[in-house]
Design a protein around this ligand. Structure first.
Ligand code: S3P
Length: 446
């Protein structure tokens, strides 16, 4: 997406409250994994509700380049004919993962234990992101990596003839690193073991089981130890992708902020390791109800009913960060309109997202008249109980999760809010502008 012209967008106060029932696109984390596990399984995997965003389409293209047959039916169901563990073929060209850190890091895990040569690259944002966090642990299987200075893409990887299993303690809370190690372990004989001091999203573990792998998870304090028996015969399995809670957070926040609003968002993923935002919103006094709880494709889901609420500032503990890591920018927008101060603790990992998201979130608010501070790894937002002035041009730094919160903020500010480039919204939430406007929002090209 490097070459495209920037897409300036703006939002302003709508004439009426937001209302209606809207499906948000499929979960990004689960969509990447469904394509990858499908490509590693024997047989045909059918995926319903796949997120057709740029990031996931990059994964689909990469799995095709590695020899899997990946196709979309007219009814929107995706079919993946897998190659079986160890059966991937050497890609004939560079694999371009676009804006997607998840795609790049998980793919490193898959490639490391395959005896082939591959080169990965990405857009200007992804080429700045740290890859050493996966290169280092994966090298222990026998793979050889070389990358640019600082472990940045492009990188090249050559897998060994026979990979060794890994035993790794993940030093940062990262589901991507954990998943990369597990994916590598799939094509190594023996037991691969990963220890995470803080539990992170467990979609890989759930999906591995769903495809028939032997995975054990032991809860140890706040963390987990995951063991995987290597070289299983993964069997193709159908996957139903729930609505992405990280995407649902944007219309949800809009409904909380715009007076008189009520939105229903059906079929949203409720994996407990993704639910930190709901706990925080409850503490802030938000009216968010979950109806029709059910399990779909091995993941808990429910329908969210969200109504306008007067919010108060809260102290968000650092331990909660892994379960809501992608939700801090939109939480910061809510905090800006709440009464009282909100302190969000322990946000170090936000510095290495699609942008330095800690700095970008603070700047998003400041340019729209909000008092905000960064203290160490904490973000402090001084809410006044009413929306800020707005009128700012937000620098999005190729980061979808900076663009969307800015546009939500503009629905309640005195003056419209603009974003310098909304094109990256398509990485995770194609149809965002249309959904918001369908609900009564006022988003437009600027
Ligand atoms: C993801 C893990 C998180 C998250 C990202 C998706 C995943 O990243 O921010 O959007 O699908 O595993 P980290 O593992 O870097 O925390």
């Amino acid at each position: 997406m490097d070459a495209g012209a920037p897409l300036r967008l703006m939002s302003r106060r709508p004439a009426a409250p937001l209302a209606g029932r809207f499906a948000v696109p499929g979960d990004k984390s689960i969509s990447h994994r469904a394509l990858m596990f499908g490509a590693l399984a024997v047989g045909e995997t059918r995926i319903t509700g796949l997120l057709e965003g740029e990031d996931v389409l990059r994964t689909a293209a990469a799995m095709r380049a590695l020899g899997a047959v990946v196709a979309r039916d007219a009814d929107g169901i995706w079919r993946v004919a897998g190659r079986g563990i160890g059966g991937l073929v050497e890609p004939a060209d560079v694999l371009d993962m676009g804006n997607s850190g998840t795609a790049a890091r998980l793919l490193c895990g898959i490639l490391a234990s395959h005896n082939l040569f591959a080169v990965l690259t990405g857009d200007a944002s992804l080429r700045q992101r740290p890859m050493r966090r996966v290169m280092d642990p994966l090298s222990a299987c026998g793979a050889r990596f070389s990358a640019r200075e600082g472990g940045r893409l492009p990188l090249a990887v050559s897998g060994p003839k026979e990979a060794l299993p890994l035993d790794y303690r993940v030093p940062v809370p990262s589901a991507q690193v954990k998943s990369a190690v597990l994916l590598c372990g799939l094509n190594a004989p023996g037991i691969t073991r990963v220890e995470e001091p803080e539990a992170t999203r467990d979609h890989s573990e759930n999906m591995l089981r769903h495809f028939g792998a032997a995975v054990q998870v032991e809860v140890v304090g706040a963390g987990r130890v995951i063991t995987l028996q290597g070289q299983p015969e993964l069997q193709a399995a159908d996957v139903v992708v729930p609505g992405d809670p990280s995407s649902a957070a944007f219309p949800m926040a809009a409904a909380l902020l715009v007076p008189g609003s009520r939105l229903v968002l059906p079929g949203i993923g409720l994996n407990p390791l993704r639910c930190g935002l709901y706990a925080t919103l409850a503490e802030m006094g938000a009216a968010v109800a979950v109806e029709n709880r059910r399990v779909e494709g091995g993941e808990p889901v429910g329908d969210l009913v969200v109504s306008h609420s007067a919010l108060r500032g809260v102290d968000v503990p650092a331990e909660r960060a892994p379960s809501m890591i992608d939700e801090y920018p939109i939480l910061a927008v809510l905090a800006a309109c709440a009464s009282g101060t909100t302190r969000m603790r322990g946000l170090k990992e936000l510095r290495v997202k699609e942008s330095d998201r800690l700095a970008a979130t603070a700047a998003l608010l400041a340019v729209n008249g909000v008092k905000v501070e960064i203290e160490g790894d904490d973000l402090i937002v001084f809410g006044t109980g009413r929306p800020p002035a707005g009128g700012g041009m937000v620098a999005t730094h190729m980061d979808h999760r900076i663009a969307m919160p800015a546009l939500v903020l503009g629905l309640v500010t005195d003056r419209p809010v603009m974003v310098d480039d909304g094109s990256f919204i398509d990485t995770s939430f194609p149809g965002f502008v249309e959904l918001m406007n369908g609900a009564g929002g006022a988003l437009a090209a600027a």
